[in-house]
Design a protein around this ligand. Structure first.
Ligand SMILES: NC(=O)c1ccc[n+]([C@@H]2O[C@H](COP(=O)([O-])OP(=O)(O)OC[C@H]3O[C@@H](n4cnc5c(N)ncnc54)[C@H](O)[C@@H]3O)[C@@H](O)[C@H]2O)c1
Length: 469
């Protein structure tokens, strides 16, 4: 069979050779047709100056591309964020649901950068533009929507930060155990599909897919962290130690697993009772490691250490903010911090409590300024640590005078013995943040204080009417 096959194919070659020898061209329809259509197309283009029209068309297209509005608008400011007006805080009895909304993921990468569906309550934080966070994005091109976790997001600072992130169109997941935070602070976002509120203690691990983590969860006022010092340090402690250590570890673990960037909110308390004034980030501090405040101070110092070790050892992208005294609407009323104390006491017609001689100094930063600083730090290229605070320095007696001016000129003060390890002086050197983050606070105390007074009045009134807050 094999031989037969060879024979047959051999004879067919022979036939081809014979045809060629006889002078006939082998049939090749494809090449002939191709040549013809190419020359026909060429003729078509060359006829009636069509080539000229094509060139002119290309030139017009190129000109339009280079002079479109995106390029012309590069010197114009970003569209302003809508400023919502003050709306009275809502009642607690409307707030039964824990996780109120589900994420819709389909259009996650489709956020319109001009979208601003903030339905906020008090939006003093919104008087900032978004330029520092979104950068310049060509008209018509949509900025990638980020999914961001804010631990402690129903607290004072966290809730203002959440407002800003929601206003710029991101998805926000708040993790909070409501130890000092209040659902009322974020109630205006419930029902928004980009917002989730999860009751979660950061001492426990959690699995989420996210792009950024703002880690704020921590009892931040002496009244609360002294109440539960062990958890503060473990969550930083087992009931004040555990939040700072385990909480930060868990969030760093989450950042490592997901590749998310983590911003840690540390504190000026890492400087302790400072021997350097004003405090620069290079100063290592003067902290009493065994005092009543050390669950907080040392807890935050450990958090910074953990953040840097995860950065160096595991390549986690971290940012560290050292926050100085901050005030504004939604602060806990009776949290023992000096601004909230004075304001609440003056509204309740009680004497303002001044500890010691009242000559110790603090600097007070309005919360909207801090939120701008946090976002600038998260979006920037520098790890930190960065001092975020207002360098304006006031003694406690001077602060009480400002509160009198703003709330009640007849308000009085009463002196009490000073608390243990109370720092004598506190004032941030913010030159590093000015230079590298292009950030500095804009709202002075006399301008910021009246903005928190109406919020405090409403809540104190509700409290007195038995509605709670
Ligand atoms: N406000 C300031 O002046 C100031 C100054 C320095 C540093 N900071 C830091 O900024 C962050 C926010 O402070 P704030 O003033 O908004 O305090 P806050 O008490 O109002 O907010 C803290 C939030 O964290 C939550 N939280 C506490 N422990 C938690 C846990 N284990 N798990 C989950 N959630 C938990 C609380 O419920 C609350 O909502 C804190 O880390 C604080 O140390 C604030």
């Amino acid at each position: 069979m094999k031989q037969l096959h060879h024979k047959q194919s051999g004879s067919s070659y022979k036939k081809d050779e014979e045809i060629a020898i006889s002078g006939m061209q082998p049939y090749s329809p494809k090449s002939v047709k191709h040549n013809r259509s190419f020359s026909r197309s060429l003729n078509y283009i060359l006829r009636e100056q069509r080539i000229l029209f094509i060139i002119v068309g290309i030139l017009i297209g190129a000109t339009f591309f280079f002079f479109q509005p995106t390029f012309l608008s590069s010197s114009e400011p970003d569209p302003p964020v809508r400023k919502a007006s003050h709306i009275p805080l809502l009642e607690t009895n409307n707030l039964e649901t824990e996780v109120e909304s589900e994420n819709t993921l389909e259009d996650r990468n489709d956020v319109d950068i001009n979208n601003n569906d903030n339905i906020g309550i008090d939006q003093d934080t919104d008087n900032t533009d978004t330029s520092s966070v979104s950068g310049r994005i060509p008209v018509g091109i949509k900025r990638k929507r980020l999914r961001i976790v804010v631990t402690g997001g129903s607290g004072f600072v966290g809730s203002h930060l959440v407002d800003k992130l929601m206003a710029r169109g991101d998805e926000v997941i708040v993790l909070d155990n409501f130890f000092t935070g209040r659902k009322e602070n974020v109630v205006h976002h419930l029902g928004n599909p980009r917002f989730e509120l999860i009751r979660h203690d950061v001492v426990q691990p959690i699995l989420l897919e996210i792009d950024q983590i703002y880690h704020l969860a921590c009892p931040a006022s002496p009244v609360f962290y002294k109440y539960n010092p062990v958890k503060t340090i473990i969550s930083f402690s087992i009931f004040s130690i555990s939040t700072n250590v385990m909480g930060t570890l868990n969030m760093l673990g989450l950042a490592k697993r997901t590749g998310a960037r983590l911003l840690l909110t540390s504190t000026s308390e890492v400087y302790g009772d400072p021997l350097q004034h004003p405090q620069k980030e290079t100063y290592w501090g003067n902290v009493n490691p065994i005092g009543e405040r050390s669950c907080y101070d040392e807890g935050k110092r450990v958090s910074e250490t953990l953040a840097m070790d995860y950065h160096r050892g595991a390549g986690v992208e971290v940012r560290i903010a050292r926050i100085f005294n901050t005030y504004g609407p939604r602060m806990c009323i009776d949290d023992g911090r000096v601004v909230s104390n004075f304001v609440a006491q003056a509204i309740r017609k009680l004497p303002m409590t001044v500890y010691g001689d009242g000559k110790q100094t603090r600097s007070f930063q309005y919360v909207a300024d801090l939120v701008d600083g946090l976002v600038a730090l998260m979006e920037g290229d520098h790890i930190g640590p960065f001092n975020l605070g207002n360098p304006g320095e006031f003694t406690m007696l001077e602060l009480s005078e400002v509160v009198k001016e703003v709330i009640d000129p007849s308000a009085t003060i009463e002196h009490k013995p000073n608390t243990a390890d109370d720092p004598h002086k506190r004032k941030p050197d913010i030159s590093k943040a000015k230079e590298l983050l292009n950030w500095e606070p804009k709202i002075p105390l006399r301008e910021g204080l009246p903005r928190m007074v109406s919020d405090f009045r409403n809540r104190i009134l509700n409290e007195e009417e038995g509605k709670g807050n």
